[in-house]
Design a protein around this ligand. Structure first.
Ligand code: MN
Length: 425
């Protein structure tokens, strides 16, 4: 696959994130306007809501785009997703007629003039632990390398159910949480601001089709249900987690916020970048086996910028191909109980870490539990996130002369409230 050229000239830039090959889905608004569906193309947004209202684009017998989420469109299913993409390729491609170009160019809105919002309404969110490198690193820190992986790890994708209500859009400021902390040498817990606040580099899979209550889905069916992917920062309070997590898993440590990037990059755009999960010494039970490659080759970077610093430091370079379990495997596993999936649900991949120090997907791993602080370009070191640091994720699949960009997933950590229970002021 090579670059598909468009008459929207900015979409043909060789290092651009949003060529015609990509067409990611977001929710935007302009001054005085309401939130509605749009598709990124070059440095523009295609206002599909305006096209639908003008009778120039129709995907269903009733309007689906004049809404503050893509849920109604996603619910129409994979055949509609494909037809929509084909129609945009035809109308935005170099071969489009002069009349079509003229009609559709009126629906282009400069990204610079638009605000972006959460692209999906999510009611269910589960976060997985699907990267063996990450699980091995964390397990080694706490239990030693011989016992690093829990006994179930090679047999099923481990997860916890997270909160959908604290999913926020890139750019939202995050407040350092308070919680119960207890170091091993302390006799009793204390209530204090988190001292080991961290990020986790993940992808969020967006579920675009429901499943039936009481019926599991196969991995192949799960693949067809996933509409697309966003960058996901699963902000994590390591010290709160240490004290709270046994026996039911993380709770408040993972509930502060989950930041996602604004554009859903579709599974269709990612098709040329398929890679397989790794060879397995321990075979999976049949219901979790993949019928084909279901991971993607997506480069992922993490940058840290202290408050007032001139430059951000790239602290991690990883890749989504490092996962041990794919999103369709996670989704299939989540339905084995008969739990129904809903349109808009999100599944976090788990922290995406490579095998080298430079590719670790969290500060817990980068600083090895705080014992080996990492250096920053402008001076200074970090073991965990400090007040007013900004964390930025970037992601891109690299094709022959084009990128499938994910945009940015950014968040600044504000200092803890002096008194979290004080109101007013
Ligand atoms: Mn996580």
């Amino acid at each position: 696959m090579s670059l598909l050229t468009s008459w929207v000239e900015s979409a043909n830039a060789p290092d651009g994130q949003f060529p015609l090959n990509n067409l990611p889905c977001g929710i935007f608004s302009t001054a005085g306007g309401r939130r509605r569906c749009g598709v990124a193309i070059g440095d523009q947004i295609l206002d599909v809501t305006a096209l639908e209202q003008g009778g120039l684009l129709s995907v269903h017998d009733h309007p689906v785009f004049d809404r503050p989420s893509w849920n109604a469109f996603m619910a129409l299913g994979p055949e509609t997703w494909r037809a929509f993409r084909a129609r945009l390729h035809a109308m935005l491609g170099k071969e489009a007629s002069q009349a079509d170009r003229q009609a559709w160019s009126g629906a282009l809105v400069p990204q610079a003039d638009a605000a972006l919002h959460l692209p999906v309404e999510t009611r269910g969110y589960a976060d997985f632990y699907g990267c063996r490198n990450h699980a091995f690193n964390v397990g080694t820190m706490f239990r030693g390398p011989e016992n690093a992986l829990p006994p179930n790890y090679l047999h099923l994708p481990i997860a916890y159910s997270g909160r959908a209500s604290s999913i926020v859009i890139s750019g939202t400021e995050i407040r350092r949480p308070w919680g119960q902390l207890k170091a091993p040498d302390e006799a009793a817990p204390r209530f204090a601001p988190c001292e080991r606040f961290d990020f986790e580099l993940e992808l969020g899979a967006i579920v675009g089709q429901p499943s039936e209550f009481g019926r599991p889905v196969s991995v192949a069916q799960a693949y067809e249900m996933i509409f697309g992917y966003v960058l996901l920062n699963d902000w994590s309070a390591r010290d709160i987690q240490t004290w709270e997590y046994q026996p039911l898993g993380p709770f408040q440590a993972k509930a502060t916020a989950n930041t996602i990037s604004p554009w859903i990059v579709t599974s269709l755009a990612l098709e040329p970048f398929h890679v397989s999960t790794p060879e397995r010494d321990t075979p999976l039970l049949p219901h979790l086996r993949e019928p084909g490659p279901m991971l993607y080759d997506i480069d992922l970077d993490v940058l840290l910028q202290p408050d007032g610093a001139q430059h951000a430091t790239t602290i991690t370079r990883s890749n989504y191909r490092e996962m041990y379990y794919s999103a369709p495997q996670n989704l299939a596993h989540h339905t084995t109980s008969g739990c129904p999936m809903e349109v808009g649900d999100m599944l976090g991949s788990g922290t995406i870490s490579g095998t080298t120090r430079q590719s670790r997907g969290s500060l817990l791993e980068l600083s090895w539990g705080g014992k080996e602080p990492i250096g920053l370009d402008g001076g200074g070191t970090r073991s965990f996130i400090e007040d007013n640091d900004t964390i930025v994720f970037r992601g891109a699949a690299r094709g022959d002369g084009y990128l499938i960009g994910f945009g940015e997933c950014a968040g600044k950590l504000l200092p803890a409230h002096a008194d979290p229970y004080a109101r007013g002021a």
